[in-house]
Design a binder for this molecule. Structure first.
Ligand code: PGA
Length: 307
């Protein structure tokens, strides 16, 4: 009989799914050497290599494919067991894993604080990451609920809109277009735009907005954080498009202004998303109800009338 641990199988399955030790380690909140060690121990126990290297990627060997099939079933069944156990605990004592887009993190902590006050015994865990990783988490069923922009199309999910997410164009207060009324979209061709990274929902929405209107824009620097984008715009590196949720403080202190451009604000929505067919625990259902009925009251952007 093989002596395998569930932990080894979980790490192995994540490496196989991502074709990468680094990405698997990040998903499981492990160091990369710790992830490699788990897989090495599994290989020693089985007596065959499970992965081979192809350039930067690791791919499954024949033995690896065999183990992958079984480990998927085992992990799936463990998750189902966990979901049933969570539902037996009831709303007051469950645990809840929530993942949000980086832009959502401007208001998610406020929601969690209120929810936690009402349900102090629920164990809450929050992951903040970009859209691409959120889609992977939904795909691998490793998260209960996700708060994001546009729901994914390539994973079967349930999604419910819960709040406005207006996108606005930001500029430094001394920009020549600041204070002008109804600026034509075509005028933006003369400007440079600071961009979020590929995989960002904001970036995707911004590119779609301009391409649907046949407008090309000049891409300037690219940054992975809203905070970096805002600092870049303040420093005169260009204009950008961000969610109104990210600039509450900057508008109050007039460190940034929004431009009155034709078609803006681009009115989008935030969605609560989970895998179709997932059995929501009582804790997850309680959080879902809370977000759908109260988030817009608690966290709607304060400056919507001013843009
Ligand atoms: P982002 O996502 O933080 O990855 O840009 C926000 C969104 O989807 O609107």
């Amino acid at each position: 009989m093989l002596h395998l641990s569930l932990r080894q199988l979980r790490v192995f399955e994540a490496v196989a799914r991502h074709n990468s030790y680094t990405r698997a380690a990040a998903e499981l909140h492990l160091s990369q050497p710790a992830a490699s060690m788990q897989v090495r121990q599994l290989e020693d126990e089985i007596g065959l290599p499970l992965f081979e290297r192809l350039g930067k990627q690791v791919v499954l060997t024949e033995a690896g494919r065999e183990v992958f099939q079984s480990s998927r079933l085992i992990n799936q069944s463990l998750r189902e067991m966990q979901e049933v156990l969570e539902s037996l605990k009831g709303v007051s004592r469950g645990s809840l894993r929530i993942a949000v887009a980086s832009t959502v993190n401007y208001f998610a902590p406020r929601l969690l604080a209120i929810f936690q006050q009402r349900h102090p015994k629920i164990g809450l865990r929050l992951d903040v990451t970009n859209r691409e990783s959120l889609v992977q988490m939904l795909d691998s069923n490793s998260v209960d609920l996700v708060l994001m922009g546009v729901p994914p199309r390539n994973v079967e999910v349930e999604s419910e809109a819960f709040m406005d997410n207006p996108l606005v164009i930001i500029a430094p207060p001394d920009h020549p277009l600041a204070g002008e009324r109804t600026i034509p979209l075509a005028r933006l061709a003369e400007e440079t735009f600071v961009m979020r990274e590929e995989g960002s929902g904001t970036r995707q929405a911004m590119e779609r907005f301009f391409s649907e209107r046949g407008q090309t824009i000049r891409h300037g620097m690219q940054m992975t954080r809203n905070e970096a984008v805002k600092q870049a715009v303040r420093s005169g590196l260009g204009l950008s498009v961000v969610s109104l949720h990210t600039i509450e403080l900057e508008l109050e202190t007039r460190r940034l202004v929004t431009l009155d451009v034709e078609g803006f604000p681009d009115r989008r929505q935030w969605y609560l998303v989970y895998r179709r067919g997932k059995r929501l625990s009582p804790a997850a259902s309680a959080f879902r109800d809370f977000v759908l009925t109260e988030a817009a009251v608690i966290a709607a952007p304060a400056n919507l009338d001013a843009v």
